[in-house]
Design a protein around this ligand. Structure first.
Ligand code: HEC
Length: 169
């Protein structure tokens, strides 16, 4: 008889313990749920705008060009890094735009061509900079063609002009 009272007491304690555990899990679940709601709300309010990334690329591309032409290698390195970082950000987002897998297209069309520019900057080589930079501009244009936007094109004039968008049809 004594034994069974003990068993009952232990069972009740175990049961209460389990109940507390389940309740804690339930609370945690609720908190997680609220967090997901909050984050989804943020994403739907501020969707990733591809053209915002592109405007940034155009800006960094221009500044990288001018720094390289002035042979200001520390400044060119700075803009190279900015361009590379923002390209990697878009790659990580796993974004598709009108069915075009833009994030997966970033590595071959921008991140990889930028590697030769980095090498030219490290070697402080203006000729290599010029050549590798032209290849990057070509890659921007290639990606626009591949993404169904062949009318977004940049030219790379000789001299001190930065790359410019072509507005004539
Ligand atoms: C992954 C392929 C890809 C690469 C690489 C790429 N773009 Fe784009 N770009 C696009 C797509 C797609 C659009 C159209 C965006 C839209 O529909 O809103 C676009 C749009 C643009 C626009 C129009 C938006 C604006 O702000 O005027 C500019 C400018 C631009 N890109 C510049 C560049 C430059 C400069 C580079 C190279 C440093 C580059 N892009 C590299 C895919 C790419």
């Amino acid at each position: 008889m004594r034994l069974s009272i003990g068993v009952i007491a232990v069972s009740v304690m175990l049961f209460l313990g389990a109940l507390v555990g389940v309740y804690a899990l339930h609370r945690e679940n609720q908190a997680l749920h609220a967090e997901v709601e909050r984050l989804s709300h943020l994403v739907s309010e501020r969707p990733v705008e591809l053209s915002t990334f592109m405007t940034t690329y155009e800006r960094f591309l221009t500044k990288l060009s001018l720094a390289g032409q002035a042979q200001n290698w520390p400044l060119a390195e700075f803009y190279h890094e900015e361009l590379e970082e923002t390209a990697e950000q878009l790659e990580k987002l796993n974004l598709t735009d009108d069915g075009i897998p833009v994030s997966t297209m970033m590595r071959p069309n921008l991140i990889e061509p930028l590697e030769a520019v980095k090498k030219a900057i490290e070697e402080k080589n203006p000729t290599a900079f010029d050549q590798s930079f032209k290849a990057v501009v070509q890659s921007c244009n290639n990606c626009h063609k591949a993404a169904g936007k062949p009318y977004i094109q940049f030219r790379m004039p000789e001299g001190t002009h930065p790359p410019q968008q072509i507005f004539t049809p």
